[in-house]
Structures are given as structure tokens and as C-alpha cells.
Design a protein around this ligand. Structure first.
Ligand code: PTJ
Length: 243
């Protein structure tokens, strides 16, 4: 771990880097994940490394969509597993939803490492991609899904997604919630709800909202339809360009 005091101005960012590096060292995160993380850092820097109003609106819509879903699934890749494993486990538990490993850069060993990592963080079970359930409209490794998970899900929470699979999920009729610091990415533009924020900041806020609404879904039922993803992305891009 980087030896920096909590008073260091870049403490949170450096700790998050440490988590990603530990993910690579533990076989959970791919080397490509480091590159993706660097790109995320750059956007986060431009956003002032804080949760903005458009992200809060998206978090509300996402929480409402998740608590009113019939079969929500929490999808886990190598970066999300390294950065927010306990929060992902807590989200799945709060929703009574499965966690499912689904990665872009193919590796059976890494899929198993992510599963073990999530179990070590308290997940009671973790679904794995299977060969007997395939997502249509996609050719990459991510087409393999679990027949009891993403294959039959109506809402998929998939932080740091790649554009192709996001498109495929939407074309399969699923509603997709993503967390992506880049409001211009294909994923951000294709998802049903895009939370433009660092996943490390967004997850605790999402958990709070889900906890508040899960026993009272009626009070938030209208939020997902009222949410305008394009408007949120425009606001995020404007904030980034304004510096
Ligand atoms: O474990 P795998 O094989 O599934 O790979 C995971 C990555 C993330 C490497 C893979 O999905 C990938 O290549 O993603 P992309 O297409 O590079 O997109 C990653 C997006 O996440 C980029 O738009 C980044 O800006 C964004 N991002 C990076 N770090 C964060 C982030 N968004 C939110 N929070 C972050 N901490």
C-alpha cells in the first residue's frame, strides 16, 4: 500500500489506486483494468472528484428501478470487484438479487478469482457465466451469462461496462444501470440509467437510497420513467467542459 497520511490531498485517489493495483496482484482485475481506471481518474479530476447533482438524480432513478424490478441482477467485473466488493455484496443482499461474474477480457482464472473475492467479502453465492445461456447481439466473451441470472434479469446493474454488452443487454429488452465517469462513452449513452460518478462514491449513496425505498416501493415507482438519461449526460458533459 502507498504510504500516505490521511491528510494527503490525494489520499482518497491514492487509496483507490492501491485497491486497483491489489486487484491486479490478486488476479481479480485485468491489466486493461488499470488503463480503464486511469481514464476514469482523468474524468473524475475534471468533475472535481465529487458527486454532482446529475449523479444524485441518476442514483435516485437507479435505486427506484432496482427496488421495483422483478428480477434484478448485480453484474461484477474485475474493476468493480477490486474497488467496491463489500458494497456490491450489500446491494445484492438488500435487493435479494444474485451477484454474477461477467468480464470482458476473457479469463477463466480471473472469473474464479472474482468469485472467491466476492465470497470472501460476504457474498453467500456468486453466479458464474455458463455456456448454455448466451446473450444475443454480442460476440465477445461477455455473451456467456448465467441462465438463472443475467439471462432472465429485467434490470441489470453493471458498473464500468463495455459498450458492446451494454448495447446487447438493452437490445435483449433489459434495463441497464451503469456507473461510468465518462458521459461520452457508448455505455453511458446506451444505458437506461447512467450514474456519472466514481463507483466508490456512488455505491454508498445508492445503498442508502435502496435501504430507504425497498420497504416502500410505491413512493418511488414513478421515478425511473420520469428520468431522462440524455439530459443527465448533457449536464455531466457541460460540467466537465466547464472545468
Ligand atoms: O474485468 P473486465 O475484463 O470485465 O474489464 C473491466 C474493464 C473496466 C477494464 C472493461 O470493462 C473495459 O475495458 O471498460 P472500458 O470500455 O475501458 O470502460 C471503462 C469505463 O469506466 C471508462 O469510461 C472509464 O472512464 C470508467 N471508469 C473507470 N474507473 C471508474 C470508471 N467509472 C466509474 N468509477 C470508476 N472508478
Amino acid at each position: 500500500m502507498t504510504d500516505v497520511p490521511a491528510s494527503h490531498p490525494r489520499y482518497a485517489s491514492l487509496r483507490t489506486r492501491d485497491a486497483i493495483v491489489a486487484g491486479v496482484e490478486g488476479g481479480v482485475t485485468s491489466m486493461h483494468g488499470l488503463v480503464a481506471h486511469g481514464r476514469g481518474e482523468a474524468f473524475d479530476y475534471l468533475l472535481g472528484e465529487r458527486t454532482r447533482h446529475f449523479a444524485r438524480d441518476a442514483i435516485d432513478a437507479a435505486a427506484a428501478m432496482l427496488v421495483t424490478a422483478e428480477r434484478p441482477v448485480v453484474s461484477v467485473n474485475g474493476n468493480a470487484a477490486a474497488l467496491v466488493p463489500a458494497d456490491l455484496v450489500a446491494l445484492a443482499a438488500a435487493l435479494d438479487a444474485p451477484l454474477e461474474v461477467n468480464i470482458f477480457h476473457a479469463s477463466k482464472a480471473r472469473e474464479r478469482a472474482i468469485r472467491e473475492h466476492m465470497l470472501a467479502h460476504g457474498a453467500p453465492d456468486v453466479l458464474m457465466p455458463a455456456t448454455n445461456a448466451v446473450l444475443e447481439h454480442i460476440d465477445s466473451n461477455r455473451r456467456f451469462v448465467n441462465p438463472g441470472g443475467i439471462h432472465v434479469a429485467d434490470v441489470v446493474f453493471v458498473p464500468l461496462e463495455d459498450g458492446d454488452r451494454c448495447q446487447a443487454l438493452v437490445r435483449c429488452g433489459k434495463r441497464v444501470i451503469t456507473v461510468d465517469l465518462n458521459p461520452m462513452s457508448r455505455t453511458a449513452r446506451t444505458a437506461t440509467v447512467t450514474i456519472v460518478d466514481n463507483v466508490t462514491r456512488a455505491m454508498p449513496l445508492l445503498l442508502e437510497r435502496v435501504a430507504a425505498w425497498r420497504g416502500d416501493a410505491a413512493s418511488c415507482r414513478d421515478l425511473p420513467d420520469a428520468f431522462d438519461n440524455e439530459r443527465g449526460l448533457r449536464a455531466a458533459e457541460t460540467a466537465i467542459r466547464a472545468g
